[in-house]
Each structure stands twice: as structure tokens, then as C-alpha cells.
Design a protein around this ligand. Structure first.
Ligand SMILES: [Fe+2]
Ligand SMILES: [Fe+2]
Length: 241
């Protein structure tokens, strides 16, 4: 189990908003400077923390993993958007909404992975999505297969690599996706059961997606995201196609 502190989360959010050459300048504003050496102990500690959070990642297994995850999430986002349209065509509106919510979440994961790669000076390639749209039942089965792989194999392995590489930013981004994919798998399994039992109309038609981590809820969440603690007033409400 990987614990992500709120300090790390807020540190990551600050760090991801600026490139490494401007980090020191941005951090100096709230930190008092000791005139004797030009750098306070607090500032020095902050810079050391950032340095350790951004190792030379250009040759690590973690950056290979992040590139693979970025491609996978980008493809999944496009695929689920297409599955959403197909579900609506087949008259399964609530399943169309679920696919749209998951598509939104996967885009957030891809954007997070891209931000971590860019902090290491690595550009992400353009991705040409590849998938086949079948019936909604088959699309749900495909989605469950994909989420199961990500939640039980891919992200656990990638998290181990990131921990071994000491890449804390990658650990945060990968953990956000890892936790969310577990929820997506359960939601897709629930939807498939409803489809088979002809109870699709009992499913939610409104979803809420955390803009920070992609966490997905099928009913209004309480005060904070259960994965990253973002205030739920910032969540993306998915209620139209
Ligand atoms: Fe997912
Ligand atoms: Fe979140």
C-alpha cells in the first residue's frame, strides 16, 4: 500500500505547474532569505526535496513505464468515448454515461503521466488510438479486461519500478491511475451484470470525476476526493453526452 501525503500532493501540483528551471524562483516568494548565505534552511530543504523528487529519470525503467502508461491511457480515453456513443445508439444511456466518465478520467491520467515525463525533459509522442467498437456487451467485457490488467498487473508493477527509482512524482501519478482503475473495473462489472439482467435503467446516469486524479463516482461524493483529497466542489459533473 502506498501512502501519498497531502504535502506530496500539493508539492506535486506546484511542481507540475512550472519547469525545473523556474522552480527555485517560484518557491522563493513565500520563503524568507537569510542574508548571510542567500538561502534559508527551509528553502534549502525544499530544493533538496524537489531534487530528490526529480532524479535523472531519462534512462530509468520508470520513464519507460510512464510512456507506456501515457499511450495506454490516451488510447483508453478515445476507446471509451467511442464505446459511449455505441452504448447510446443501442439505447443504454446510463452505460454511455459511464463510458464517458471513464473516458474523462483516463484523459486526466494521461495528462498527469505526461506532466511527470515533461518534468524529466521527456516529450510524449502523438498517439494514434487503435481499438474496435463492437456491441456494448462486448465493449464492457473488453473494458473489464483492460481495467483488470491495469489494476492487477500494470500499475502495481510500474509502482514498484517508480519506488525503486525513487521517483516520487511518478509514484503519485501512477497511484492516482491505479486507484481509479480499480473503481472503473467494479463499475464496468456492475454495468455488465445490469445489462445481462436487463436492469440497465437502475444504473446511475450522472457521474463525478476528480480533475486531479480521475477518481470516478456514480453518485455525488462527500467533501473531498477519496484518493487525492481534492475538494469535490472542483469535480467534473458528467451528466450529458
Ligand atoms: Fe479506467
Ligand atoms: Fe482525486
Amino acid at each position: 500500500m502506498i501512502f501519498i501525503s497531502t504535502t506530496l500532493v500539493s508539492g506535486w501540483m506546484l511542481f507540475s505547474s512550472c519547469n525545473s528551471s523556474s522552480v527555485a524562483g517560484k518557491l522563493q516568494d513565500p520563503i524568507s532569505i537569510d542574508a548571510s548565505n542567500g538561502q534559508s534552511p527551509k528553502e534549502e530543504a525544499s530544493l533538496n526535496m524537489i531534487s530528490s523528487a526529480n532524479p535523472d529519470a531519462t534512462k530509468t525503467k520508470t520513464t519507460e513505464d510512464l510512456l507506456a502508461a501515457f499511450k495506454g491511457e490516451t488510447n483508453a480515453s478515445a476507446k471509451y468515448a467511442a464505446y459511449s456513443k455505441k452504448a447510446e445508439q443501442e439505447g443504454f444511456h446510463s452505460i454511455a454515461m459511464l463510458f464517458k466518465a471513464a473516458s474523462t478520467a483516463e484523459k486526466i491520467h494521461a495528462t498527469n503521466h505526461k506532466a511527470v515525463l515533461e518534468e524529466s525533459g521527456i516529450k510524449t509522442p502523438s498517439v494514434k488510438p487503435e481499438f474496435t467498437v463492437k456491441s456494448t456487451k462486448e465493449n464492457l467485457e473488453d473494458a473489464i479486461k483492460g481495467e483488470t490488467y491495469e489494476a492487477t498487473t500494470m500499475y502495481p508493477d510500474f509502482l514498484k519500478d517508480a519506488e525503486a527509482d525513487g521517483n516520487q512524482l511518478a509514484m503519485i501519478s501512477l497511484n492516482y491511475a491505479f486507484k481509479t482503475e480499480q473503481k472503473h473495473r467494479a463499475m464496468y462489472e456492475n454495468a455488465l451484470t445490469a445489462l445481462e439482467n436487463k436492469t440497465v435503467k437502475s444504473l446511475s446516469s450522472v457521474y463525478y470525476v476528480c480533475p486531479t486524479c480521475g477518481n470516478t463516482y456514480d453518485k455525488a461524493p462527500t467533501k473531498r476526493c477519496g484518493i487525492c483529497m481534492t475538494g469535490t466542489e472542483k469535480f467534473i459533473r458528467i451528466n450529458t453526452l
